[in-house]
Design a protein around this ligand. Structure first.
Ligand code: TYM
Length: 345
C-alpha cells in the first residue's frame, strides 16, 4: 500500500430522496473523514441512468445530492465535490474494466439480481456493467479508502478483483513503466460504526431504501420535524421493553435498528444507549429518538432546501470540482493507455 497516496473516494446516486440510511451509512462518515484524508465525493449520475430517470427529475436530484453533501458539512473547497458525467475519465476507464472483469464475476452481483428482478432480459446493459463503472470511479483516482454502507461491500470486493487482475495481466508492462507494487491499489472499504445497515421502519429485516413504496419506511433528509416525529412514532417495534445489554437485541431487528440509529446520531455506541435506556418502554425511547433526530436532521434539511434555491451556485461547485477531479484522473488514464498499449497524444 505504501506506494499509493492515501485518498478517499465515494459516491451517492441521484435517484430520489436521500434517507437516514444514506446519511448514517455514508454521508456522515464522509464528513468525518475530511480531517484525516484528501477526499473526493461524487454524485454518480451515470450510475443513476442504469435505470430509467425522468430527465428533469435527474437534474434536480443531482443538485439535491450536492446540496446534501454541503448541508451535512462537506467542504467543497478543501475537498472535491462533482458529478460523475462531467469527468469523462470515469466512462473511459469503465470500458477498459469491462474488458478486465469476467462475466462470471458480474453474474454473482446480488444488487443486479435484486434490481433486475424477474424480468432480467429487460434490464439495461448498463445495470449489468454497473460494478465496472464503480471500480472505475474509485480507481481513476487510485483511491485507497472507500466509505460505504454494508450493501456496497460486494461491489468493493469486485473493485479489488478488477485492480488485482489488471495488475497481474499487465505486470511486466507496469513494472517496465516504473510503477512498483502494481498500478492500482487494492482499495480498503470503510464500513464501520453502529449504522452500516439502517433498516426499514416498517420491517426490521429489510434495508431502508429509496425504492420502498411507503414513505413511512424511511426518514428523508428533507423531512420536517413533524414528519420525522410521525415516522418514528409509527415505526414498528415489539412489545418488550429495551434490554440492558446488546445481547438482548439479538432476534429483535426493529429494536436493534432504532438503538443503532440513536447511537449513530448521538456519536456513541449501542451499549451506551442501552445503559441509558435499558428497561424503558419504546414510547419513552421513541420520544428521545424524535428529539435527537429533529435536532440533528432538522438543520440539514433546512440548509438543503436553502441551497437548492440557487442552482447556479450548485452548478458552479460541481464545475469547479469536476475540473479539479479531472486533473487527478487524466494522468491516471494516460498511464492506463500506456500500460494497455493504446496510442494517445
Ligand atoms: P447508493 O446511492 O445506493 O447509496 C449511497 C450510500 O448510502 C449507503 N446506504 C446505506 N447505508 C446504511 N443503511 C442503508 N439502509 C443504506 N442505504 C444506502 C450506501 O451503502 C452508499 O454508501 N453503488 C453506490 C454508489 C457508487 C459508489 C461508487 C460508492 C457509485 N460509485 C464508488 C462508492 C464508490 C450506490 O448505489 O450507492
Amino acid at each position: 500500500m505504501a506506494a499509493f497516496q492515501e485518498r478517499v473516494f465515494s459516491g451517492v446516486q441521484p435517484t430520489g430522496n436521500l434517507h437516514l440510511g444514506n446519511y448514517l451509512g455514508a454521508i456522515k462518515r464522509f464528513v468525518e473523514l475530511q480531517t484525516k484524508y484528501d477526499c473526493i465525493y461524487c454524485v454518480v449520475d451515470l450510475h443513476a441512468i442504469t435505470v430509467w430517470q425522468d430527465p428533469a427529475e435527474l437534474t434536480k436530484n443531482i443538485r439535491e445530492v450536492t446540496a446534501a453533501f454541503i448541508a451535512c458539512g462537506i467542504d467543497p473547497t478543501k475537498h472535491i465535490v462533482f458529478n460523475q458525467s462531467q469527468v469523462h475519465e470515469h466512462a473511459e476507464l469503465a470500458w477498459v474494466f469491462n474488458c478486465v472483469a469476467r462475466l462470471g464475476w458480474l453474474n454473482r452481483m446480488t444488487q443486479f439480481k435484486e434490481k433486475a428482478g424477474k424480468d432480467r432480459e429487460n434490464a439495461s446493459v448498463g445495470l449489468y456493467a454497473y460494478p465496472s463503472l464503480m471500480a472505475a470511479d474509485i480507481l481513476a483516482y487510485r483511491a485507497t479508502h472507500v466509505p460505504v454502507g454494508e450493501d456496497q461491500k460486494q461491489h468493493l470486493e469486485l473493485t479489488r478483483d478488477i485492480a488485482q487482475k489488471f495488475n497481474n495481466d499487465y505486470a511486466e508492462r507496469i513494472a517496465s513503466l516504473g510503477f512498483k507494487d502494481g498500478f492500482f491499489p487494492l482499495t480498503e472499504p470503510l464500513i464501520s460504526g453502529p449504522a452500516t445497515r439502517v433498516m426499514s421502519f416498517r420491517d426490521g429485516t429489510k434495508k431502508m431504501s429509496k425504492s420502498e413504496p411507503s414513505d413511512y419506511s424511511r426518514i428523508n433528509l428533507t423531512d420536517d420535524a413533524d414528519a420525522i416525529a410521525q415516522k418514528i412514532r409509527k415505526a414498528k417495534t415489539d412489545p418488550e421493553p429495551l434490554p440492558g445489554e446488546e445481547k438482548g437485541l439479538e432476534s429483535r431487528p426493529e429494536a436493534d435498528n432504532l438503538v443503532g440509529i440513536y447511537a449513530a446520531l448521538a456519536d456513541t455506541t449501542p451499549a451506551e444507549v442501552l445503559k441509558q435506556f435499558g428497561g424503558a418502554q419504546f414510547s419513552t425511547f421513541k420520544n428521545a429518538l424524535v428529539d435527537l433526530s429533529v435536532a440533528k436532521l432538522g438543520p440539514i434539511g433546512a440548509e438543503m432546501k436553502r441551497l437548492v434555491q440557487d442552482p447556479a451556485h450548485i452548478d458552479g461547485i460541481l464545475a469547479d470540482g469536476a475540473a479539479r477531479a479531472s486533473k487527478i484522473a487524466a494522468p491516471v488514464i494516460r498511464s492506463v493507455k500506456d500500460i494497455v498499449g493504446l496510442v494517445h497524444s
